[in-house]
Design a protein around this ligand. Sequence first.
Ligand SMILES: C[S@@+](CC[C@H](N)C(=O)[O-])C[C@H]1O[C@@H](n2cnc3c(N)ncnc32)[C@H](O)[C@@H]1O
Ligand code: SF4
Length: 375
Amino acid sequence: MRGIYIHIPFCKQKCYYCDFISFAQNGDIIEKYINALIKEIKKTLKSQDKIDTIYIGGGTPSIIDSKYIKEILQEIYNIVGYDEKREVTIEINPGTLNKEKIEDYKIAKINRVSLGLQSTNNKLLKNIGRIHTYEQFIEAYTLVKQSGFNNINIDLMLGLPNQTLYDLKDSLNQVINLNPTHISVYSLILETGTKLEELINKKELKLPSEDMERQMYWKAKELLEKNGYIHYEISNFAKKGYESKHNTNCWKQEEYYGFGVASHSYINNMRYCNTENLEEYIMNIENDNYNKIKQINEIQTKENKMQEYMLLSLRTLDGVKIQEYKSKFQENPLYIYKDKIEKLTKMKLLEVDGDNIRLTNKGLDFANQVWEEFV
Ligand SMILES: C[S@@+](CC[C@H](N)C(=O)[O-])C[C@H]1O[C@@H](n2cnc3c(N)ncnc32)[C@H](O)[C@@H]1O
Ligand code: SF4
């Protein structure tokens, strides 16, 4: 089984914290980009590919005319067929949705939507450069529900500038009341070169302390678990059976194609990435120079693959399932990584619990330290 990731690199306005690859939209370039993207898909995807998830992310996929989303998905269905069991997700920025778009997504057989909210506090949203208010988010959420979608994720963020524990609880309670099937709660990463970094350096905005950020994380976990959401990955919570298949496959080291500028692929033990340059991507595809858009990042040996599997699994709350590891690699991780596991266990960051090697509660707070051991 393989997944498909499609990158739509356009946003109305750059949020101050974000360093994802996205550009201001303009009609002409969008049309050219979609043509190139469809050409890349037709060139790469094979009718014998078994595809179990499709994820349209960005940028802001919901900013472009929804006819393009229908066209892209139709091309994929033409090649690999339509399968009702497949998870098909689109990311939506609430400031860009309307009735026609959401109805088109339904026609295109999308069955999961992911809405970026970040906070329900309008002042905080403004501080981070979001283009929408909480009220506009509610309008978008209502449209999504009315169109019959029942598998819905909402993205929230914690550790935002000027955010208090009260703000976070308030956001969580309001979102929980909406009863989505999935909630992601991301700890803010202050990326270099972003406008947010500049505002913090100029002391125009202030981040909560590290201690407060951790309190927020544990409050989010407590509130979400109390309300029936299973904590299954460091930043992800879902109602039973609604874990994101696309992300879960990535953490299980399954293969996926990435299509579009700046997208990543993992096929035949190789990790590739596409150029981040929009003009270069379009021009090379127009001229049939497909090899010029891709760069191989890694050709994995068995050792690389085993180590990466540890790293990916230790993002999830189930951790490494020892039996699964043994049947995948015919090796025992407890033996291969004896020294690392002993060290991290002594530091109380990891535990060997039944058939799993997993993060402890302390490990959740210091997950980066654990992952670094397996990079
Ligand atoms: C591609 S965006 C989601 C769709 C749409 N572009 C939007 O923002 O509404 C993916 C999510 O990543 C998270 N994110 C982006 N930059 C981040 C950062 N620097 N730190 C933590 N989370 C971040 C946000 O929660 C955002 O909703
Ligand atoms: S968070 Fe979403 S809308 Fe904001 S800049 Fe990043 S990709 Fe665009």
